[in-house]
Design a protein around this ligand. Sequence first.
Ligand code: GLA
Length: 387
Amino acid sequence: MDISGKIEDSYVSLFGKKSDIKIKAPGRINILGEHADYNNGFVMPSAIDKAIYFSIGKREDSKLCISAIDLESYFEADNINNLTNKLNDWSNHLVGVILEIQKLGFGFDKGINVCFGGDIPNGAGLSSSAAVEAGIGFGLNEIFGFNLGLLQLAKVAQATEHNYVGVKCGIMDMYASLFSRKNNVIRLDCEKLEHDYIPAEFKEHTFILVNSAVKHNLADTEYNVRRNQCQKGVEVLNKAFGNINTLRDANFEQLEQIKADIDPITYNRCKYILDEKERVMLASEALTQQDFEKLGEIMNQTHQGLSKMYEVSCVELDFLASEASKIDGVLGSRMMGGGFGGCTLNLIKKEAEADFREKTKSAYQHKFGIIPEIYTANLSEGVHKIA
Ligand code: GLA
């Protein structure tokens, strides 16, 4: 039985009837443009075929009942229109979405039952949280007929992270989960919140994820620190030149001119963001032209930037990226997502896949005593209803 079927079975045994709706909400990869979203830059994500599945149905009373199958945990509240969030609890990802929808002025005429679970590895930087938020928002929108658009649902999910989870994330993850199309990469302008699609169905190349199995615990706090460091740079730049609201508005000459007025760490953070802004343009051109050598080269540069300038990598990710570069047929390798653990994204020739998997596993096991999980990233459709 597939995962959705298992989730539905749990729903039926827990709530005694079938759900009203079943939803699939995918995780994502990001080809390039890392830590660019909250600096209003461009990013290049796509949903993948790892997802969170939901069964959702209305209740007769006003209770909210949620069963997190993978966590073997259950949450219940008496009145869906009078919810409070619990500190540091998984339920905030769903409760927060309901609270954010209510802030928009919508009420719930009935309570709901939810069962959810999936196959996005936790803490692997594949955005399982965004998938949970995007999926529950999408499902509630369908069931209650709120008529929210996908962009509003992405904003609701992002606000949930900010207000109830405590991560001041950008909008990339939820946007990718909601807007993706099979075999396409999204090129998202995070300032205008507009996107186009770059077709990405390849004959001879593929994206492979290697999970370092390092959970990015540090990420949440360090992530917010990075945001503040960028903001610090923006303040000095804006004072000097005006009209600089985010690092998107700044250029290299301006950064060099204020170099003496900022500390070296702030400089490095800003420099990385400006470099990445340039790289993402080149990468989207390379992807459009299917120039894989070029794209791989840019991915490698991004890894160096994330590791040395933005300092969000770790020894395990650096090791994986460096080992990958030694394997024939690997065109690019970099840490992906927020950092401090999670996966590397590798662009490789399909013919090299078996060799890549074997060498990567054995090198990583030899060095860290862990056999890493390796997944092919199939570019998939965004959040949708399933039959
Ligand atoms: C996390 C955040 C995203 C983005 C990436 C880094 O996944 O949730 O908004 O900032 O890190 O690119």
